[in-house]
Design a protein around this ligand. Structure first.
Ligand SMILES: [Zn+2]
Length: 599
């Protein structure tokens, strides 16, 4: 398998694509402005020591003081074990902070004996600050390298539990032990399995040098100060994903290229020949066909080459993937065609899960297959394709209905969540009421409220598409309403209106919201509505029609009635009493200040 790391870094965000055999496999995005401070190391000053909380507040130069619990100053052996239990070993606190604090003993050490106010200390941020709380910090600094994590302040060697072979574990331990500075610690990451001694040693060397630099910086200069900035996406990518499988790393920004080069020279000199500055005319992601793949990964429908397609629904509790045959399939080879489509879908589903970084519970609904051996074949193929995945997936057998349930380890936010926001028009529902539904709703509202309007004209304002429905297919009912109310209905098309909104009032009245719409730009749909009459509970359109038609008209067909009424109304209109047609004003696009289009 030949793969490429394609990096787009010439804009306000850094995007990293792992391309395997010409296909997008993984995608990482970091917006530069959103970068956090977790992982950073600061020289800070102890501001307050709080014996009651067994914690201290440390000024690290951030808006809020950072929090430092006694167990992060000096831990018990248990704390340390926990610290090392993760593969990356970055932090011990994946559970709720306070809960963890309460559970932790701290070996009798008391914060007031360990720290003094005004004291300068080096701390590393383990948790981003959130609105009310400052960052959480620790004095147990950890520096992740490519194969190892360096813990300069803890005397310990840990080996990832995912490395199973005892022999390999012993080899790794010996290598680390032979080079470890006394009193310091290393955790060997899973990726170190079967990596040569030379590579491991160069990784250790790099981390030790890095730490010495941090120490030097902490000894001179001001306080508080940032003394180590954790790697950004670009360098983390280089550190973690630039494996020997990667043929080439190609990047489109000269300064970032230089930065990568410097980093590679220091950390992994063997890879120097494998980086390249992109000089194509097209944007780099266009040049490699990645942009198209990203768009595809945000779509609900994903086409397969055979004409079949997937529907991917990412929901709160689970993700459902539905496999469909696109076109009509001949009867004779039905089972074969279905199996073929399912097999093609296996690969696409596995790829989409990776690109979209979908985690948690996933249900894949393959097309039903009659023969058990075909179901078996599809399950096997699906598992094969999942094997490439860096995130661990657990798959059940395929059920008789063709369902596969699986879980995939959630490592980060899904692509959909990080690149999209709920649709402002439908408010995230994914649909709006149909124009017929809204039109009938409006008519019922006139029927309900029309008598209350004292003028002989009722002004209806609605979205142009609703106005069109009113003036077109349902004209008969409008005319009936006019007759019933003895009022003229005037429909005004307002393209600034939301499809589901309308207003009913007398010509003289100024609708309150309109000025707000005009001044506020976006329509505030949730504020109290005084003039706007919107109903939420609805019968079917058929119910509405029945209600509007009522028994007196039941003898006449709606069509006939419409024409008859239109004729009568036209006659009345000629008398100057009631005009025939609901007046639909043409819409000037874009209608911004709705108020001004009023009479
Ligand atoms: Zn929408």
């Amino acid at each position: 398998m030949s793969s490429l790391l394609v990096i787009n870094a010439d804009g306000p965000e850094t995007r990293v694509a792992l391309v395997e055999d010409g296909l997008l496999g993984e995608l990482y995005i970091e917006r530069k402005r959103e970068r956090g401070i977790a992982g950073n190391i600061y020289k800070g000053r102890v501001e307050r020591v709080l014996p009651g909380m067994q914690a201290a507040f440390v000024n690290i130069g951030a808006e809020k003081s950072a929090y430092l619990h006694v167990s992060d100053v000096r831990g018990t052996p248990d704390d340390l074990k926990r610290l090392f239990s993760g593969d990356a070993g970055k932090s011990a606190d994946d559970e709720d902070d306070e809960e963890a604090d309460r559970k932790r003993a701290h070996g009798g050490a008391r914060i007031e004996d360990l720290l003094k106010e005004g004291q300068e200390i080096v701390v590393q941020v383990t948790k981003e600050p959130i609105s009310t709380k400052g960052a959480r910090t620790t004095r147990y600094v950890s520096l992740p390298g490519r194969h190892l994590v360096f813990m300069p302040t803890v005397d310990h060697i840990g080996i990832s539990r995912r490395i199973a072979s005892d022999k390999e574990r012993r080899r790794l331990r010996d290598i680390v032990e032979s080079m470890r500075p006394p009193g310091s610690g290393f955790i060997v990451r899973t990726v170190a399995e079967n990596v040569s001694e030379k590579e491991l040693k160069s990784d250790m060397e790099f981390l030790i040098k890095l730490w010495n630099e941090i120490v030097k910086r902490s000894e001179s200069g001001r306080c508080p100060a940032l003394i180590y900035n954790d790697l950004d996406l670009l360098l983390r990518t280089v550190r973690d994903m630039f494996t020997p499988d990667v043929e080439k790393l190609i990047i489109d920004s000269r300064p970032e290229y230089d930065r990568v080069k410097k980093f590679i020279n220091a950390l992994m000199p063997d890879f120097t020949g494998h980086i390249e500055l992109y000089d194509g005319a097209d944007p780099i992601f266009d040049g490699y066909g990645i942009e198209i793949e990203i768009d595809r990964a945000l779509e609900r429908k994903v086409w397969l080459k055979s004409g079949g397609y997937l529907i991917v629904d990412e929901m709160e509790a689970l993700t459902a993937v539905d496999v469909n045959t696109g076109r009509f399939v001949g009867k004779s080879s039905l089972e074969d065609t279905i199996t073929k489509t399912n097999l093609e879908a296996c690969r696409e589903v596995a790829e989409q899960l990776r690109i979209r970084s979908i985690g948690g519970m996933i249900v894949v609904d393959f097309i039903d297959m009659d023969r058990p051996n075909n179901r078996e074949k599809v399950t096997r193929a699906f598992n094969d394709h999942l094997r490439r995945d860096r995130s661990k997936a657990t798959v059940t057998r395929i059920s008789e209905l063709g369902l596969i349930e699986m879980t995939r380890k959630r490592t980060r936010e899904s692509l959909l969540h990080s690149l999209t926001e709920p649709c402002t028009y439908c408010e995230g529902k994914g649909y709006t009421k149909s124009r017929q539904t809204v039109a009938y709703e409006l008519l019922r509202e006139i029927r309900r409220q029309g008598d209350l309007i004292e003028s002989d004209t009722i002004v209806i304002e609605a979205h142009p598409l609703i106005a069109e429905v009113l003036s077109g297919t349902d004209r008969g009912f409008i005319e009936d309403l006019e007759k019933r109310l003895q009022k003229r209905l005037v429909v005004k098309a307002r393209s600034s209106f939301h499809m589901e909104d309308f207003e009913i009032h007398s010509p003289g009245e100024k609708a309150i919201e309109k000025s707000e719409v005009a001044s506020g730009g976006a329509r505030e749909r949730d504020e109290p509505k005084k003039r706007r009459r919107r109903k939420r509970a609805l019968g079917s359109p058929a119910d509405v029609e029945a209600m509007l038609a009522e028994e007196e008209m039941s003898a006449v067909s709606p069509d006939g009635l419409a024409h008859e009424e239109a004729a009568q109304a036209a006659a009345r209109g000629a008398n100057g009493v009631v005009p025939a047609e609901p007046v639909v004003e043409p819409v000037a696009e874009p209608v911004v200040p709705v108020v001004k289009t009023d009479e």
